[in-house]
Design a protein around this ligand. Structure first.
Ligand SMILES: [Zn+2]
Length: 215
């Protein structure tokens, strides 16, 4: 199934009509087409399977933590159809030498982001993809994002960040391993809340720290 651009064009025309009587103005005439084109790109992950990106290699000698930090992403909040964007940090500890290319981790984040999303689910889906494909000894995913549905609408201060995390396996069982990953991510100040089997942490910081972290 593919994205139905004609339906999106019709919908955007209705939104413009709803906003006022000037939809036929020349400056807006091509807006429905432009939005439909943009949505194909923004939602490119909706009809793809990120797991298939993860090519598994065997590197018997390697069983140390693999961590890719500061993966930029742009996603769309499914509640408001407004963007949320920020950075994802992804770590795993290989089991029996199963690893994947570093660039694949960034692509997995990107494809999960290019969907109608909520941040908590995106965080869990990234962790689930890695778990399914690599069956590692542990996965840690931290996502920090600014939600325009909060900051643009003035509910929260501009720049406030929401942080979510999923921590499994060795990262969960071994505080020293988790602390090492957090130090590398520089997420020492995040507050993580754990909920049963799937740990989701959330913190909305009042102000972003210089360099994009939270204070
Ligand atoms: Zn929203």
């Amino acid at each position: 199934m593919a994205i139905d651009q004609e339906k999106i064009r019709k919908g955007v025309r209705l939104i413009l009509e709803g906003l006022g009587p000037n939809v036929e103005e020349r400056t807006l005439a091509e807006t429905p087409d432009r939005v439909a084109d943009a949505y194909v790109e923004i939602f490119r992950g909706m009809h793809t399977e990120p797991d298939e990106l993860i090519k598994v290699f065997h590197e018997e000698a390697y069983d140390e933590m693999v961590l890719v930090k500061d993966i930029s992403f742009y996603s769309m909040c499914e509640h408001h159809l407004l963007p949320f964007h920020g950075k994802a940090h992804v770590a795993y500890i290989p089991k029996e030498g199963r690893i994947t290319g570093i660039s694949k981790l960034a692509r997995v984040v990107e494809l999960h982001a290019r969907r109608l999303q909520v941040q908590e689910r995106m965080t869990a889906e990234i962790a689930n993809s890695l778990t399914r494909m690599l069956q590692p000894r542990g996965v840690l995913v931290v996502v920090q994002a600014e939600h325009l549905c909060m900051t643009m609408r003035g509910i929260k201060k501009p720049g406030s960040l929401t942080v979510t995390s999923v921590v499994t396996g060795l990262f969960r069982e071994n505080p020293a391993t988790r602390a090492e990953a957090m130090m590398l991510i520089d997420a020492r100040s995040y507050v993580f809340v754990q909920h049963g089997g799937t740990e989701l942490g959330r913190r909305t910081a009042a102000e972003p720290a210089p360099g994009g972290g939270t204070t």
